[in-house]
Design a protein around this ligand. Structure first.
Ligand SMILES: Cc1cc2nc3c(=O)[nH]c(=O)nc-3n(C[C@H](O)[C@H](O)[C@H](O)COP(=O)(O)OP(=O)(O)OC[C@H]3O[C@@H](n4cnc5c(N)ncnc54)[C@H](O)[C@@H]3O)c2cc1C
Length: 600
């Protein structure tokens, strides 16, 4: 039997429901004990809101993050202790957020009224004692760390070659950065909080998988005008596929010259050897390069739209070589930016892109994927590798690590990663993209001849780009708004309600500029990937100047019997789902070759 936390209500003691039980025991098998420090109600800057109710909410949010980092869930909590300043038994404000947090679970708890906490502004603190159930030690040929597309594809190929595999995933779901959600459960109106677009030509791996799984696809709407918001906020329109004509000849010239220069420079690179073919580009940031080729303010503003939407970063935050090689991996800047045939944003999925990941899981043997079990340590001893994960450990012959390079720091490798690989992981920077998806009951922008795309040069955005992300056949109508880069980071400091308000205001001022009756949204979705323990940013880590020249050789290198995949390790469509699948194929080939080769 799997161990569970069981509440006990001893005879003769008062009824402790719904918030706690007098006794909680862990019954049914081995478990790993985790204890948290006291969590207070502060934000990530250590600031405590004045309102005690906000402190309760934040404290439980912080406790949830602690649980997530260990792979624990609320139902694994055995005991909670909370400390309340100015406790008033007649006004128990902590109960509502507590009940919400516990979702019906009843650990043993102790409430301690206290005169003060570590700082005068702190009014509430909560600590947890947790028992995570442990599955028996499992022995398999290969452990794959991470159930995103790269890890699942690698697992599928290795399993198909006849080897036993366990995929060990930190989250309580598969898919990693493919994550699709309905508006109401069962209504089929999916939108994508993560990846959304593919194409059916040069993204052949992802398209082949979508076909094999029989997934319904939708062609991206590019019929009509794009709305252009200039640096001063003024709004004009141009036909999709042409250039903005309402921002002045000199500005258009600046944009087009820069675009053509970037396209030409990226086409000179060899994606299999970018440092040899473009090492000179690794000494400058993209912003410095833009200035060096004569790019003016509009050129820089348009490049900022590219880097925000493609990498969640500013042109000053990445090496020129990194950016141009990234573009070349998708066939070039123009192809990567295009929403038409052959472009990066040509097709979407009726049921969202997570259906690719779920489809891959359905092709694996039952029980292959273990959820809510972050891997924290990988030790290689002689012929065996020991993998320590939150819900049970593994012994195997090969490991495939599929997590983004900046997350290597979350795993203790023994022996440690080679210096160059560790330095590469430390140098790479994850971007900030929050797709705020605004749902409407009709695609009102189309009635004005608009395709739903906004391109904004306003520095503070908050939105840099919007796209029509509707699935008409399902009556799912939405605009996906990229709140990214420094504008996204600034918007993340707002409350969610305020963030949604400024996004809607910008939609009204741009796509809705000629419509006095823009309907109110019927719903919102977002995910702040940068705050997510198991992503820490998105969509793909970017290298600063110098990093590729020094460490690119270590990106795909094997460490003993540990292999590394993940979209950033792909040669083609790096950072995209197609690249993730391609990297999984490469990783599986490496492992199958190694397992099949006789020992010397
Ligand atoms: C907002 C956004 C928009 C995007 N748009 C597009 C798009 O339109 N088209 C496109 O092709 N791509 C897009 N992408 C990129 C695409 O999602 C990724 O390239 C792809 O999904 C990455 O797959 P992966 O397997 O390499 O990594 P991930 O999906 O990150 O998978 C890694 C997995 O490892 C898990 N993990 C991490 N650490 C541990 C640990 N210690 N132990 C166990 N498990 C761990 C993670 O939880 C995750 O499930 C977008 C991404 C985002 C976030």
């Amino acid at each position: 039997m799997k161990p569970v936390v069981v509440p006990t209500d001893p005879h003769g003691l008062f009824d402790s429901r719904p918030t706690f039980s007098h006794v909680a025991s862990v019954l049914g098998g081995p478990s790993r004990i985790v204890m948290t420090a006291g969590q207070v109600g502060v934000d990530e800057n250590g600031q405590a809101p004045a309102d005690i109710k906000d402190q309760y909410t934040l404290a439980f949010k912080n406790l949830t993050r602690c649980l997530e980092a260990t792979g624990a869930t609320v139902t694994d909590i055995v005991k909670l202790v909370y400390y309340i300043v100015d406790y008033d038994p007649n006004n128990r404000l902590h109960v509502e957020p507590l009940v919400q947090f516990l979702q019906g679970h009843r650990p043993a708890t102790t409430l301690v009224p206290v005169p003060c906490l570590a700082r005068p502004s702190f009014k509430f603190e909560v600590e947890a004692y947790v028992a995570i159930p442990q599955a028996p030690l499992q022995e398999v040929d290969v452990v794959v760390v991470g159930a995103g597309l790269s890890g699942l594809k690698a697992a599928y190929d290795v399993q198909r070659a006849g080897y036993s595999v366990a995929v060990v995933e930190a989250r309580d779901r598969v898919g990693g950065k493919t994550w699709s959600v309905e508006h109401e459960p069962g209504d089929g109106k999916y939108v994508d909080r993560g990846a959304a677009w593919i194409n059916d030509t040069n993204q052949s791996e992802v398209y082949a998988l979508a076909q094999a799984l029989g997934l319904g696809l939708v062609v991206q709407n590019t019929t009509g005008n794009v709305v252009q918001q200039d640096r001063d906020g003024s709004v004009s329109q141009f036909l999709y596929g042409s250039v903005p004509d309402g921002i002045g000849v000199a500005s258009v010239d600046d944009m087009v010259k820069l675009r053509d220069a970037a396209e030409a420079a990226c086409q000179l690179l060899d994606i299999r050897d970018p440092v040899r073919t473009g090492g000179h580009l690794d000494t400058q940031t993209l912003e410095e390069w833009i200035r060096s080729v004569g790019g003016g303010p509009t050129g820089l503003a348009s490049a900022t739209v590219w880097t925000r939407a493609m990498l969640g970063l500013e042109p000053s935050e990445m090496s020129t070589l990194f950016f141009l090689n990234y573009c070349k991996s998708g066939g070039g800047l123009l192809q990567m930016r295009s929403d038409r045939k052959d472009g990066g944003q040509y097709l979407r999925f009726e049921r969202g892109t997570q259906s690719l990941s779920l489809g891959l899981v359905s092709l694996l043997k039952a029980g292959t994927v273990v959820l809510s079990s972050p891997v924290r340590s990988i030790t290689q001893i002689d012929d065996k590798i020991s993998v320590v994960a939150a819900r049970g450990d593994f012994v195997c012959r090969r490991v495939i690590v599929s997590v983004p390079t900046p997350l290597y720091k979350e795993i203790s490798f023994n022996p440690p990663l080679p210096a160059a690989k560790a330095a590469l992981a430390a140098a790479n920077r994850l971007g900030f993209i929050n797709k705020v998806i605004v749902r409407y009951d009709k695609p009102w922008w189309r009635a004005h001849g608009l395709c739903g795309m906004l391109q904004s040069f306003v520095k503070d955005g908050p939105v840099s780009v919007t796209r029509d992300s509707s699935v008409d056949a399902k009556n799912q109508f939405s605009l996906t708004c990229f709140v990214a880069g420094s504008a996204g980071r600034a918007a993340s400091k707002l409350s969610q309600a305020e963030r949604f308000r400024v996004v809607v205001d910008q939609i009204k001022a741009t796509l809705g500029a000629h419509d006095t009756k823009v309907p109110p949204p019927v719903g919102f979705e977002e995910h702040q990937w940068a705050n997510d323990q198991w992503a820490q940013g998105c969509p793909c880590p970017a290298a600063p100047p110098g990093a590729m020249s020094q460490y690119e050789h270590a990106l795909r290198s094997v460490h003993g019997k540990i292999h590394f995949v993940g979209t950033e390790t792909a040669y083609e469509w790096k950072g995209y789902m197609d690249g993730a699948l391609r990297s999984g194929i490469r990783g599986a080939e490496e492992v199958v070759r190694a397992l099949a080769s006789p020992k010397l």
